[in-house]
Design a protein around this ligand. Structure first.
Ligand code: AMP
Ligand code: MG
Length: 408
């Protein structure tokens, strides 16, 4: 194996060993949001389910209104009214009209709707002041979706629009790929849970929280265990974690003599250990414990967040049946100088915004791997090519890791 992999090579190697989970679950629509469909969805009903009025007004027979104008209106007898949610129990015949509200069924016999603005109610009559075309202002049964039409395909990610369509065809639930079960293992004797006082020499376990949010955003189910720097505890925790779909560790996989994750993974499964040509992100470890996919992220919080984005998130999305695995990428104009990039491609936390017809991006601050403050407000990763020289006004590739801001 090559000593130093590119990001793309490492991503490909990981994705090659991931298969979509075969099981699906039927979830209530709001729980299904954000997940991938496990089957094609066929509509059992036409949409709209019946011919209905697109405007408030009068249902007429178009021929009865030929030549109508304000000066010589067509005078029609009003034979009834239909409100939204009602059924018309009468038909419209020659010389007749019915008052119909938007969305209400158009009575049999009528073949056009005339807007209320083009009419005048005169006692038992309505005066129509402009001629109607056959079919005007009527939404036909099945014109949006035909009965039996495939409205969504397997693998489609369910956003607001897709959930709306499922609701519109009457589905209360959707078949989605089951959530992946992830076991997050943080490691280190130096770590203390936030919310407690900080003893000398200790730091707070921030990865647990940052990574948990990142994992949950993929739709995966999450358990967390913390492992002290101890070979037996590490092996025990990894043995337990084998029951999950993915084991994600943070820290403990460097070359330090108190890094026990490597040897535990090797004894329970298989470990591939790579150096990937990026900054931040020390070696990233990858392999298997039992049947679970193993991804070992660096302990450093900034590196953990970035490597999760680049390597673990696409794997989880593939597991959960999504077709789109990676973040959207756009080109943006740099708002300030960055300077010279070293021999490894850098991923910098940045803030992307749309301004005057183009994308602009700026770094969120010092990028060294300990600088957690630059996580704040980051909605993008600026991709800085190795050995480049980046100046204000240059065009750079940017990964959108969150919704961009509007124009500020
Ligand atoms: P390690 O790879 O275990 O040597 O960790 C690298 C660096 O990341 C060390 O400075 C650790 O203290 C820090 N670190 C490891 N895990 C965490 C965590 N869960 N939260 C915050 N910092 C961590
Ligand atoms: Mg450690």
């Amino acid at each position: 194996m090559k000593d130093l992999l590119s990001v793309e090579e490492a991503q490909e190697l990981i994705l090659q060993s991931v298969q979509p989970l075969p099981e699906s679950v039927e979830m209530p629509l709001l729980e299904a949001a954000g997940r991938a469909l496990a089957e094609d969805i066929v509509s059992p009903v036409p949409i709209p389910p019946f011919d209905n009025a697109a405007v408030d007004g009068y249902a007429v027979i178009a021929e009865d209104t030929a030549g109508a104008s304000a000066q010589s209106p067509a005078r029609l007898r009003v034979v009834g009214a239909v409100n939204a949610g009602e059924v018309a129990h009468f038909a419209v015949g020659r010389g007749e009209a019915a008052h119909v509200m938007t969305g209400a069924p158009v009575p049999a016999g009528a073949d056009a709707m005339v807007m209320i603005e083009d009419t005048e109610q005169r006692g038992e009559e309505v005066w129509i002041k402009s001629p109607a075309r056959i079919g005007q202002h009527i939404r036909r049964q099945g014109e949006a979706v035909a009965r039996g039409e495939t409205v969504l395909r397997k693998g489609q990610s369910l956003g607001a629009g897709e959930i709306l369509v499922l609701a519109a065809i009457g589905r209360g639930t959707a078949p989605v790929v089951r959530p992946a079960r992830v076991c997050l293992l943080t490691t280190g004797d130096e770590l203390v849970e936030p919310g407690y006082p900080l003893p000398a020499g200790k730091i707070y376990n921030s990865n647990r929280y940052g990574l948990s949010v990142q994992i949950r955003e993929t739709g995966a189910q999450l358990e967390h265990l913390h492992i002290p720097d101890d070979p037996v505890a590490t092996r025990d925790a990894l043995t337990q974690a084998q029951a999950y779909d993915m084991v994600l560790t943070a820290g403990g996989v460097s070359v330090g003599e108190r890094d026990f994750v490597k040897q535990a993974v090797e004894s329970l499964g298989e470990l591939r250990f790579w150096r990937v040509a990026i900054k931040p992100g020390k070696p990233i470890a990858f392999g298997r414990v039992g049947q679970a996919l193993f991804v070992g992220l660096p302990g450093n919080p900034v590196s953990a967040m970035v490597t999760f984005e680049l390597f673990a998130r696409p794997a989880l999305r593939k597991m959960m049946g999504h077709h789109v695995l990676f973040r959207p990428r756009v080109q943006a104009i740099l708002e300030h100088d960055i300077g010279t990039i070293g021999g490894r491609r850098e991923y910098m936390r940045g803030r992307l915004r749309w301004s005057e017809g183009g994308w602009l991006v700026r770094s969120t601050g010092a990028q060294e791997s300990g600088m957690v403050a630059s996580m704040v407000g980051a909605n993008a990763l600026i991709v800085a090519p190795a050995r480049s020289e980046l100046r204000r006004g240059d065009t750079v590739d940017v990964l959108m890791i969150d919704l961009p801001l509007g124009s500020e």
